[in-house]
Design a protein around this ligand. Structure first.
Ligand code: DAH
Length: 360
């Protein structure tokens, strides 16, 4: 019994003397660990008999409770002291000025590209890519524009020297070669859009040598012109956010589609100001925004797709142009001036990601 009381006294002294959580833990282990002083005493109880065992057991339990309680209390004290020390040490100066708000803006081309991806993504399209530097086959021949075809002149192509005396490369004049690249690498059903840079040797208020297009390609066994029309009409109305926007399909010609159509949307030119919307079907109330058509069987064959089994539609439009129309930007050249005042005015807050649910 004496021993037990002495053990209690010395353990309580050690607990009180522990000046850190680590030191306290060492005391705890020395009492309650595998070979701890209290543990050893507990073990030795089994050697006693009868009343002595009971008495000693009760006494030991009291010691155990007292020491545990002391450890818990000391732990709380040490924790509080540590917090106090950190609070005086780690000072936050709340009077400091806040961080400046980020000033960057997204370019309208990036914004409009994201908007298109959001709309077509909702319809089930995925994004496809192709290289800016193309070969003649993908940019022209595979799209049913053979070497002597007059459409080649219309494209104002930039030619690049072929490597190692090889064939000339071109800067792609449209995103349509991505149609061929997609056909080469995937099997129908195909449903892709391909936004990207395109190049033509041309420069005025509505043309820049580098500009952007977005291409769409759908191929399946029963894809027909009704699908083309539905897809384009839905896109135009969603993009311009005008539910009754008139959309007109006008017969046209592209070598890579048959039949081919140009797509016009409703507009008004009153007072010399161009506005998109439903202003009646007057002859002057139409604005061309894209080319479209059913993919020419020769193009399918060039892409390695069986034209007896598959058919599809495609369309392409200028991203910069629809950005100008939607956001009222008058001169295309300003898109590429890298003028900070312009981007502050026409740019978009980077975190306002366009989505069909939250709005474009
Ligand atoms: N590639 C054409 C151009 O740059 C646009 C175009 C027209 C794309 C008709 C198409 C299409 O996919 O079917 O003028």
């Amino acid at each position: 019994m004496i021993e037990v009381i002495e053990l209690q006294v010395s353990l309580l002294e050690e607990v009180a003397a522990a000046d850190s959580l680590d030191a306290l833990e060492a005391v705890r282990v020395s009492a309650f660990g595998k070979k701890g002083r209290i543990t050893e005493q507990m073990k030795s109880l089994s050697q006693l008999d009868g009343d002595l065992r009971k008495e000693s057991g009760q006494a030991l339990n009291l010691v155990k409770d007292a020491v545990l309680e002391a450890i818990t209390a000391r732990q709380a004290d040490l924790n509080a002291a540590e917090l106090e020390a950190r609070l005086t040490h780690e000072i936050i100066d709340v009077t400091l000025p806040p961080r400046p708000r980020p000033d960057g803006r997204l370019h309208p081309v990036s914004q409009v590209t994201e908007e298109c991806i959001a709309i077509f993504g909702e319809m089930g399209f995925t994004v496809a890519e192709g290289p800016d530097i193309e070969d003649d086959f993908h940019n022209f021949t595979a799209l049913n524009i053979p070497p002597e075809h007059p459409a080649r002149q219309m494209h104002d192509t930039f030619y690049l020297k072929g490597q190692d005396g090889g064939a000339l490369s071109v800067l792609r004049t449209h995103t349509s070669p991505v149609q061929i690249r997609t056909m080469e690498t995937s099997k129908p059903p195909i449903r892709v859009i391909a936004p990207g840079r395109t190049y033509r040797s041309d420069s005025d208020a509505t043309h820049t040598p580098m500009f952007h297009q977005i291409e769409a390609l759908v191929i399946d066994e029963t894809t027909h012109m009704g699908h083309l029309k539905g897809c384009i009409i839905d896109f135009c109305r969603a993009f311009f956010d005008i539910s009754d926007l008139p959309v007109r399909f006008r017969p046209s010609y592209f070598p890579f589609t048959e039949p081919s159509m140009e797509v016009d949307i409703g507009c008004s030119r009153e007072g010399g100001e161009l506005r998109i919307g439903n202003f009646g079907e007057g002859a002057d109330n139409w604005l061309e925004i894209m080319g479209s058509g059913m993919v020419h069987p020769k193009v399918l064959e060039h892409g390695g797709i069986d034209s007896a089994r598959y058919q599809g539609f495609a369309f392409g439009m200028g991203i910069d142009r629809i950005a100008m129309l939607k956001y009222g930007i008058p001169d295309l050249r300003t898109f590429f001036d890298a003028d900070i005042r312009w981007i502050k005015h026409y740019g978009f807050v980077p975190l306002a990601v366009p989505s069909m649910v939250r709005g474009l």
